[in-house]
Design a protein around this ligand. Structure first.
Ligand SMILES: Nc1ncnc2c1ncn2[C@@H]1O[C@H](COP(=O)(O)OP(=O)(O)O)[C@@H](O)[C@H]1O
Ligand SMILES: [Mg+2]
Length: 231
C-alpha cells in the first residue's frame, strides 16, 4: 500500500471574521488499504481529505504520499492520488459517458482510437457499457456516481480519496457504490456518514472540531463517535 504521511499538517485560513483553523496540526501515517473518516458536518473531514492530493495545501507541516510532497510535487501526487467528490456532476463535464471517461484518459493514451477502446472497457467494468453514447444527464444518481468513479479510476491511481461518495445516493446505490469502493485493489480513504461502510474499513478516523479525536479499529472508533454524538 502507498504510504501517506501527515507530519504535523494543519490548515488555517484568514476569513473576514478573523483567522480560522480548519484542521489542527495532525500527525498520521496511513498505510491501511481502507481508511474511513467520519465526523459531523463542518468538523474538517473534507479539509483533511483534500490535503491528501493537494486540493488544499497544509499551512503548517507537510503531507507526503510515497515520499512526494503534496505541496511541492502536486502534479506527481495527483497522478497517484485520485479524488472523487460527493456530487458527481462536479466531475462530469462531457456530453456523453464515453467521452467523459476518454477525457480522464487524455494523458494516459495518446491514440484516440485506443483511448475510445479503453474508455469502453472501463464503462463495461462498471456496468455502464450500454450508457456509452447517452448524455450524462440521462443517468440516475447512482449511475452518475459510478461514472464519476469510473472516470477517476480509469487511469489506475494508487490511492482513491472519496469525499462522501454515497451521501446523495439511495440505499441500493449506497450499497453498490460502497461494495465497489471497498473491493478496490487501490488504497481507499473514504469520508463518509455511512457508519456501516466505515465499519467495513480497516481503520477509522473520527474528526471533531478540526481535530482527529479518535483513530483505530472500526468498531471502537465508530462506537466512540456514536457515543460523542448521542451521549
Ligand atoms: N477555504 C475555507 N475558508 C474558510 N472556511 C472554510 C474553508 N473551507 C472550509 N471551511 C469551513 O471549515 C469547516 C470545516 O470544513 P470541512 O473540512 O469542509 O468540513 P466537513 O467536510 O467535515 O464538513 C467548515 O465550517 C467549513 O465551512
Ligand atoms: Mg465535507
Amino acid at each position: 500500500m502507498p504510504l501517506i504521511e501527515l507530519d504535523a499538517a494543519g490548515v488555517a485560513v484568514a476569513t473576514p471574521d478573523g483567522d480560522r483553523v480548519l484542521l489542527e496540526p495532525t500527525t498520521l501515517t496511513l498505510t491501511e488499504r481502507r481508511v474511513a473518516v467520519v465526523g459531523a458536518n463542518g468538523s474538517g473531514k473534507s479539509t483533511l481529505a483534500r490535503m491528501l492530493n493537494g486540493l488544499v495545501a497544509p499551512t503548517t507541516g507537510a503531507v507526503r504520499v510515497d515520499g512526494l510532497d503534496v505541496r511541492r510535487q502536486g502534479a506527481a501526487v495527483r497522478r497517484k492520488v485520485a479524488f472523487s467528490f460527493t456530487d458527481p456532476s462536479a466531475q462530469l463535464v462531457m456530453p456523453t459517458c464515453v467521452e467523459d471517461v476518454e477525457l480522464s484518459l487524455r494523458r494516459h493514451e495518446r491514440s484516440a482510437g485506443r483511448r475510445r477502446d479503453l474508455a469502453l472497457a472501463v464503462l463495461e467494468r462498471y456496468g455502464l457499457a450500454e450508457k456509452a453514447d447517452v448524455s450524462v444527464h440521462s443517468l440516475s444518481g447512482g449511475q452518475r456516481q459510478l461514472l464519476a468513479l469510473a472516470g477517476v479510476l480509469a487511469t489506475d491511481p494508487d490511492v482513491l480519496v472519496a469525499d462522501e461518495p454515497t451521501t446523495l445516493l439511495d440505499l441500493a446505490n449506497t450499497r453498490r457504490v460502497g461494495d465497489l469502493l471497498l473491493g478496490l485493489d487501490q488504497q481507499l480513504v473514504l469520508v463518509t456518514h455511512d457508519l456501516a461502510l466505515a465499519r467495513r474499513c480497516d481503520r477509522v478516523l473520527v474528526v471533531e472540531d478540526a481535530r482527529v479525536v479518535h483513530d483505530g479499529e472500526p468498531e471502537a472508533a465508530v462506537a466512540a463517535y456514536e457515543a460523542s454524538v448521542l451521549g
